[in-house]
Structure formats: C-alpha cells, structure tokens
Design a protein around this ligand. Structure first.
Ligand code: KIV
Length: 262
C-alpha cells in the first residue's frame, strides 16, 4: 500500500480502512485482516499509557511504537503522529523530528492544524517526507478548544475548515484526517479535494475511516465517543472484529447516522 494506491482508491470510490496500531502483534493482525493504513496515533497516550490526553506523549514514545508496528508488518502504509511540541515551532524542528520517525519505519507523518501548518507541510514534502493533515477536533489543542467537541458547526468555522483543507492540499499534504465535523461539511471537503480524506466522527462520505483499535474492540476503559462502534459485539475473535470493521468501511455500513454528527 502506498500513497498512489490510496489516491487510486479515492478515484475509484473505494473506501480506505484505517486503524490505529501501537505494537507488532496487533499490527500484523490488522494487516492480515485487510486494513489499508495503520496509524501510530498519539492516542497511545490514553490507550497505552493511561493519560487523559495526548499531550504528554514524547518523540521517544512515538519512535518506539512506530518501530514496533513496522517490525510486525510488510505491506501496509504506516502513518505516525508527530507528538505535541515536536513540530509546531519551526519547519526545521518538524523536519528533524519527522526524520526520526521515518527512520523508525513510518511512511508518512501526521500533523494537526490548518493554515498555520502550511509552510511546515511544504517544507517536509519538498524534502521527501509525506504528510497527513488533521483538521476538525485536533486533540493536541483540546484545552484551547474547550474539550472534545464537534468542530465546524457555524458557517464561519465551516468556511475556515474548508479553506484550511484546501491550503493543506496545496502545500502538498497527501492525506487528511477529519475528526468530529458535521457529515455535510466532511462531504463538501472530501469533494473539494483530490487527496483522500479519512474521517473519525465525520460521516460516511469521507474517502476512508479511522478508529482507535481499543475503541472498536470495546476494551478502552474510558467513555466511548458517539462515533465508535464496538465490532467485538457481533464477532468472536479480534481477527473477526477487525475483518468486520474493514468490510463495514468498504461497504459503507460504517459509520451509520448514529455514529455521525449533523
Ligand atoms: O491519535 C490518534 O489515534 C488519531 C486518530 C484519532 C485520528 O489521531
């Protein structure tokens, strides 16, 4: 799997299944079950480390978990989150840290933020590092956003999100995560871009979907967000649950209206 094949999937209207992954065993199982992209998410701050946000996650943590996921897989595309504080200062700082993650086995890095990230995305892409953008609810800004809430609901905020998405694409981003935005806005953004969009709480019209592994297996101790479906409920093994998730994304039965926001 590579960026070109993801682009082709968008053109062919074939949905892209993405799942978070933090270790070699689950990475291998997910790859075997047909997941297209594994996201080494800084959500590991919550799922693995037990923090209440992604903010305490370090470069050392992301490097270690990227290496674990890379060691367990051979063909899946690996996207690694750049942790809080590792890329916001300057494009040069972002390059230095992105290079560490690429050396650990990532094929692409993910950064949160819109127009403010334009020069950083351009700087990385021009130097051979593929970048995934992340708009909407950006968890590293949770304190500024006032909690984990739906973004882009007002006309002005929706306009800004669309503008941010176009700017990230123009700067060279190859993929874009849209988190907790109204379905109709996610559809508009997905149609306006040539790069694939990957939604989480963003409705069925994104080009792909992502969930946190522990959420979709129903083993995360915290309260499950509205956009999560527990795939273990109707399946008797983890492998079956992940395979069912991939099938549900591909046949558009997930996410349903009950997992989305208007
Ligand atoms: O860290 C993560 O797992 C993420 C997803 C929620 C998109 O960024």
């Amino acid at each position: 799997m590579n960026l070109l094949s993801l682009q082709q999937k968008k053109q062919n209207r074939e949905k892209i299944a993405v799942l978070t992954s933090y270790d070699a065993s689950f990475a291998a199982l997910s790859e075997k079950s047909g997941v297209d992209v594994l996201l080494v998410g800084d959500s590991l701050g919550m799922t693995i480390q037990g923090h209440s946000s992604t903010l305490p996650v370090s470069m050392t943590d992301m490097q270690y978990h990227t290496r674990c996921v890379a060691n367990g897989t051979s063909n899946v595309l690996i996207v690694t989150d750049m942790p809080f504080g590792s890329y916001q200062q300057t494009p040069e700082q972002a390059f230095e840290n992105a290079a560490v993650l690429m050396t650990a086995g990532a094929h692409m890095v993910k950064v949160e933020g819109g127009t403010i990230m334009r020069s950083t995305v351009k700087f990385l892409v021009e130097r051979g590092i593929p970048v995934c953008g992340h708009l909407g609810l950006t968890p590293q800004s949770v304190h500024q956003l006032g909690g984990y809430r739906v973004q882009g609901r007002s006309e002005a905020a929706a306009k800004q999100l669309l503008e941010d998405a176009k700017i990230l694409e123009e700067a060279g981003a190859g993929l874009l995560v849209l988190e907790m935005v109204p379905s109709s806005l996610a559809r508009t953004i997905s149609e306006a871009l040539t790069i694939p969009t990957i939604g989480i709480g963003a409705g069925v019209d994104c080009d792909g979907q992502v969930l946190v592994l522990q959420d979709m297996l129903g083993i995360y101790a915290g309260k499950s967000p509205r956009f999560v479906r527990n795939f273990m409920q109707d399946n008797s093994s983890i492998q079956e649950a992940v395979t069912a998730y991939v099938a549900a994304v591909k046949n558009k039965s997930f996410p349903a209206a009950e997992h989305s926001f208007e």
